[in-house]
Design a protein around this ligand. Sequence first.
Ligand code: ADP
Ligand code: MG
Length: 249
Amino acid sequence: MEDIIKIENLTFKYVKDEDEDEEVSAIRGISLDIEKGSFTAIIGKNGSGKSTLAKNLNGLLIPTEGVVYVDGWNTKDEEHIWEIRQIAGMVFQNPDNQLVSSIVEDDVAFGLENLGIESSEIRKRVDIALDSVDMGEFKKNAPHLLSGGQKQKIAIAGVIAMKPKCIIFDEPTAMLDPKGRDEIMTIIKELHEEGITVILITHFMDEAAEAERIVIMNDGKVILDGTPVEVFSKGDLIRSVNLDVPLSV
Ligand code: ADP
Ligand code: MG
């Protein structure tokens, strides 16, 4: 199988106030390949570098050292940054931070308008995207009046409308109630079944267990990488980084 994302020896440091002494090494030498069409979960405790890794996968952050390729494009290649962001869409934890318009359908159209796509094509894609998250009937509604789960579905529709090959979800269910969590997980699994590459960052072990592959991060490094059965068989190592092993996989 072909890889859609290739991460080669990635290091990422945040520099505070241009002061070299105030560096934070959030990613410390990660190499990882993600197969086209696969479903990978990434878990790790707070501060282990998951969000920093996610933002390096679509050019929101650029490696301090090492290289990230997205469908063959080097994320350091500024000329192709919009192709990279269109190929690898991103859904964040807080849907409120992703909503930009006062009407649902405008919100879903926002990214497409920025790409300069023709308005009839935009309308078509918006309707398909809203239907695919079961939110078609809300297209004229105000996003801020929707529930957290519904807002997250609108944010996902906005990404789907861009026709990405890969979607990176950064703790998309963390702020949702159990019903919202279930609905978002169902959508994520459907997207994978349709052939989209899914990378799901989560701190819920039961969500990670739904993936084909689990990558566990600790302190900016990958400490485990394998199928759920392989990874969860390493109970002592998992508990040593303050994560729980699910009772059944
Ligand atoms: P996670 O998503 O696993 O909780 P993050 O990638 O958010 O981890 O953070 C990894 C490390 O980088 C943490 O030590 C965090 O404090 C630090 N960090 C994250 N964002 C910034 C930032 N904007 N500036 C400085 N340090 C940051
Ligand atoms: Mg995070």
